[in-house]
Design a protein around this ligand. Structure first.
Ligand code: NAG
Ligand code: NAG
Ligand code: NAG
Ligand code: NAG
Ligand code: NAG
Ligand code: NAG
Ligand code: ZN
Length: 615
């Protein structure tokens, strides 16, 4: 899916139930998306009894008691000033093509051929490893050549009709020339690589991980959800549009990276400059990449919520290293390097980053959307959200209420998180440790930055280093050249060093604009239109009363973190319905509901037709 440098913790929300944590030990940078966010925030949560959804609900004291006449959520078709929804977009100019597509997607022969093509791609184990050397220096890349042959054999029409460019051997760029050369092209991305399957887990798979097996309902295998799904749905969509004779007005471009699940340097790292040079800085109208959330009735009732990611938290790993004189442990000082490191780490945990809820942040906007439209949203928080538009007191109370009500879900939305994920130190039980080190992973909120997190950490730990009589340097600067309490003279008890680990850090991403005329509206309108008239019954016997699109912030990073120069309009979204992924990402029994995947093909065709017509 998407990514977060995470050699240790890949968190992913699986099937709306629990955060799954997979611990991966590895030496290099690994990116892999951390499940997002709001869509699951409220699933299964009920308003507290005290504040159940009735009109006698009162605000906690201290909040201006105005505008309390409106109580319940809006219906999805009522306008909201805090969470404006575009009108559902369906092809009009391209209505005939859309009708033909509609028929095809119901055609069993078409469907079986599409599932077979998809399954064949899953069979090729294009695994991404943390320790891959550059292309040309490591034959573990060769498997991507097999995938390329397969794609070319499976979609000859695509390869014959579009311009195909290979970037750094295994990056694929498809260029579908439109009749108007001036209109900015639209870029769609997906990745060819998958996370490895641990051999020890092979037996836990219901169908083998590289079978691509279609059992009549599910299509099984690694990559079926992340991200062969988007790769193959894109190609299937292009192929089908070509078969129907569609000729675009706007140019469409696809870029398929091949190491999104590891460093991203070989794939997106080469694709990005290629695309920037060829199409220009900000040369694309819109970029659509994979996303982690599923759409569904996460907030109860019959309102469907969809969660395109319009921003990403930043990323920083800090290594904290303490060195101290060694010696025999029968004559120890009061604090060893390990003890001092422990104290530094405890200080960090005792001082979490502040929870921030600022107006017009992604977290605030997503909260306003939930408050405006979500049937299950607690009434008192709904009211606080309304008041928070104007009142700073209410804004602060809203922040506290969200943390209180939703716990971890909002902790990660509102705070820069810190997680001590790696620690090492000591070599022998009778020897004093000369070195102890830990690596702390941070995900940085929009209001902050890598530099701000570094500065805060330096300031937080400096007094403690000083108390331990340590010298200290941090992020390239020297903070404590001398131990403060022992002036001069090499009487330092050791040294503490703070540094960016693994040479990689990322500021919070720019935020995709959502103004009435921004390209985002075409994506959001396509989502609303595609769900509203999907041929798939929602849940049996349930009707959809409407669709609400909720812009959100992702906790993890995808290949898009390398694509900021290509466009200001980046959306991370995969069109997958709640319950259509069998078991989530990066774990055993990755499988996707075949009908659900086909619906994502339909979504891509709709997106292309709508961009061509409405952008
Ligand atoms: C389904 O598609 C196949 C192959 O494209 C075609 O031969 C067949 O007539 C279609 N069936 C229907 C019911 O349209
Ligand atoms: C091509 O697109 C540009 C930019 O959107 C527009 O200004 C121009 O009128 C279009 N040309 C034609 C022939 O449609
Ligand atoms: C939040 O929504 C407002 C109003 O729609 C918009 O102006 C602002 O840019 C949004 N902020 C973010 C971070 O998306
Ligand atoms: C730091 O040095 C001072 C002065 O020598 C000493 O009194 C103090 O105990 C030392 N602190 C620690 C934690 O070693
Ligand atoms: C440091 O050591 C030198 C030489 O031993 C001595 O002359 C000086 O006074 C010491 N300085 C301090 C601050 O202890
Ligand atoms: C984006 O553009 C800036 C300014 O030209 C450049 O410094 C930076 O390296 C580019 N970023 C990427 C990821 O290519
Ligand atoms: Zn992915």
């Amino acid at each position: 899916m998407s990514s977060t440098p995470a050699w240790f913790a890949n968190q992913r929300r699986a099937r709306n139930v629990v955060w799954r944590r997979t611990l991966l030990a590895a030496s290099l940078l690994s990116l892999c998306l951390v499940g997002s966010t709001l869509h699951a925030l409220l699933a299964g949560k009920r308003p507290p009894l005290l504040f159940s959804n009735n009109s006698s609900t009162r605000l906690p004291s201290g909040v201006p008691q105005t505008n309390l006449d409106v109580d319940g959520p809006l219906s999805p078709n009522e306008p909201s000033s805090v969470c404006p929804q575009p009108r559902p977009l369906v092809p009009s100019k391209h209505h005939t093509v859309d009708e033909q597509l509609h028929k095809l997607f119901a055609n069993e022969t078409y469907k079986m051929a599409a599932y077979k093509a998809f399954g064949g791609a899953i069979e090729i184990p294009t695994e991404s490893y943390e320790d891959l050397l550059p292309v040309g220096e490591d034959d573990r890349w060769d498997i991507f050549g097999e995938l390329h042959e397969y794609l070319e054999k499976t979609f000859p029409r695509v390869y014959a009709s579009l311009e195909v460019t290979k970037v750094n051997t295994y990056g694929i760029v498809l260029h579908w020339q439109g009749s108007n050369d001036t209109a900015l092209p639209v870029l769609m991305t997906a990745h060819q690589d998958v996370v490895p399957v641990a051999p020890a887990t092979y037996d836990d798979w219901i169908h083998p991980p590289y079978s691509g097996y279609y059992d009549g309902t599910w299509i099984w295998g690694r990559g079926s959800c992340d991200d062969k799904s988007d790769l193959m749905a894109s190609l299937q969509a292009i192929n089908t549009l070509l078969e129907l004779g569609f000729e675009p007005y706007r140019t469409f471009v696809w870029a398929f990276g091949f190491d999104e699940e590891s460093a991203g340097t070989q794939g997106a790292g080469h694709l990005s400059p290629y695309l920037e040079i060829r199409y220009g800085t900000h040369g694309f109208a819109l970029l659509l990449d994979e996303g982690g959330s599923a759409y569904g009735t996460a907030y109860g009732g019959d309102v469907v919520f969809a969660f395109p990611g319009l921003s990403e938290k930043g990323y920083l790993d800090v290594q904290i290293e303490v060195t101290a004189p060694g010696g025999h442990s029968s004559a120890p000082p009061p604090h060893t390097a390990i003890g001092m490191l422990a104290a530094l780490l405890t200080t960090m945990e005792d001082n979490p980053h502040p929870a921030l809820l600022t107006r017009h942040s992604s977290a605030y906007n997503a909260t306003q959307c939930a408050a405006a439209y979500a049937p299950s949203f607690p009434a008192y928080i709904r009211r606080l959200a309304r008041e928070a538009e104007r009142s700073d007191v209410a804004l602060a109370m809203l922040r506290d209420a969200l943390l209180e009500e939703f716990g971890l879900e909002y902790e990660v939305l509102l705070r820069t998180t810190q997680a001590i994920d790696l620690v090492e130190g000591g070599v022998k039980v009778n020897a004093l440790p000369e070195r102890a080190a830990a690596i702390v992973n941070h995900r940085i909120v929009q209001e902050s930055s890598v530099a701000a997190v570094e500065a805060r950490l330096s300031a937080l730990l400096q007094p403690l280093a000083s108390r331990f009589n340590l010298t200290m340097d941090a992020f390239g600067g020297t903070l404590l050249p001398q131990p403060t309490e022992v002036a001069g003279n090499g009487t330092s008890k050791g040294h503490v060093s703070l540094a960016v680990a693994f040479g990689y850090a990322l500021d919070p991403s720019p935020v995709t604009p959502t103004g009435p005329n921004d390209p985002y509206q075409v994506l959001a309108g396509t989502i609303r239109g595609a769900i509203a008239d999907s041929p798939r019954a929602w849940d049996e016997g349930r009707n959809v009363s409407g669709v609400v699109v909720v812009p959100q912030i992702e906790h993890g990073n995808t290949d898009t973190s390398r694509y900021w120069n290509l466009t200001r309009n980046i959306v991370r979204y995969s069109h997958v319905r709640e319950g259509d992924r069998y078991n989530g990402f990066h774990t055993v029994n990755e499988a996707i509901r075949a009908e659900g995947w086909l619906d994502s093909v339909r979504f891509y065709t709709r997106f292309i037709l709508n961009c061509d017509e409405y952008l």
